[in-house]
Design a protein around this ligand. Structure first.
Ligand code: FAD
Length: 291
């Protein structure tokens, strides 16, 4: 099933993101965690792709398993930066052979300290090039792209970021999923601006439940997200007490999702971090709302 068809349904729904194992040794535990999440019957599940390409096989294995064993539509992530055209084309063929219809087309992160000149010879510089190639393949993929309510860390300003986002959508993205954010007003503001710029595809807000005090610094560093005072107070108070932080983080994420639904969003993607208990708790908190 194509994700764009799910998004045209007005019923409120959740989807979950999982990540594949890095090595063979933790394959079984990750597979089990993703299966537990699939048993919650989310509208779809996305499976990330390691920037170095090392986990590409596992991305497809997990995405295929979720779809075939649990009937949950899967979205396979694919990055292009630092990959050759040949490798990317091979990955696209693998996705197609695995019967996966939905692909999240990403650039991937640039290795720390690398200058623009060092990567001028790379086959791909931006996600838009991958979107174009996916679109040109004969697989009829439903293509998603990433977007950044607080602008991408490399962008100098939001106008420029939205300009390139529009180009990416026009190249063939059917929907966009946002980077995590902890203040819904940032999302509402962003939606206003992109709609004004003429981007009309569905936007799926991405919500990250922070359930562990140690996760905070890493999440902020990776995403550059603004931490509202209400969230900082919660981490200050409960960050060193694991069970309390987990409960508070789930409650905060639930609250964000309820506010999004109350303000017209119909679909939310939860960065579940391979934690079935967290995914289940959020879903349970929303049971009557999701219907
Ligand atoms: P792009 O769309 O290429 O944008 C990157 C930057 O380049 C932006 O500043 C943009 O404004 C600018 N830009 C875009 N096009 C042009 C152009 N033509 N000319 C000049 N500038 C341009 N990473 C992984 O490694 N694996 C994953 O599975 C993964 N999943 C993700 C899922 C989501 C929902 C999100 C939000 C991010 C994910 N990432 C993942 C991280 C992502 O790879 C990084 O954020 C990366 O830095 C940018 O990827 P992008 O696809 O948004 O890039």
């Amino acid at each position: 099933m194509k994700i764009i068809d799910l998004l045209h349904d007005d019923k409120l729904s959740l989807s979950f993101e999982v990540f594949p194992p890095k090595t063979e040794s933790n394959y079984d535990s990750v597979k089990h965690a993703t299966e537990e999440i699939a048993k919650l019957h989310p509208s779809f599940m996305s499976v990330t792709y390691g920037a170095g390409g090392g986990t590409s096989k596992y991305t497809l294995d997990i995405a295929k398993n979720i779809k075939e064993r649990y009937g949950v539509p899967s979205l396979a992530h694919l990055t292009c930066v630092s990959s050759t055209r040949e490798t990317v084309h091979e990955r696209i063929r693998d996705i197609q052979s695995a019967g996966i219809r939905n692909v999240m087309a990403l650039r991937g992160d640039i290795p720390a300290g690398m200058e623009n000149e060092d990567r001028s010879h790379w086959d791909y510089q931006h996600a838009v090039e991958l979107v174009r190639e996916l679109k040109e393949s004969d697989a009829d993929f439903c293509i998603g792209g990433a977007c950044y309510p607080e602008i991408h860390p490399e962008s100098t300003n939001q106008k420029e970021d939205i300009f390139y986002l529009k180009e990416k959508v026009e190249a063939g993205c059917s929907f966009l999923t946002t980077q995590m954010f902890f203040d819904n007003n940032l999302l509402y503001n962003f939606l206003y601006k992109i709609r004004e710029a003429g981007i009309t595809v569905p936007i799926i807000p991405g919500i990250m439940p922070i359930t562990n005090g140690n996760q905070v610094d890493r999440a902020v560093k990776l995403s550059g997200s603004f931490m509202p005072q209400r969230f900082k107070s919660l981490v200050d108070k409960f960050g060193t007490t694991p069970a309390a932080m987990k409960q508070a983080g789930i409650a905060y994420a639930t609250d964000q999702i309820i506010d999004l639904f109350a303000n017209g969003i119909t679909h939310v993607h939860v960065y579940s971090m391979n934690k079935p208990d967290v995914a289940a708790a959020i879903q349970r908190n929303l049971s009557d709302i999701l219907g």
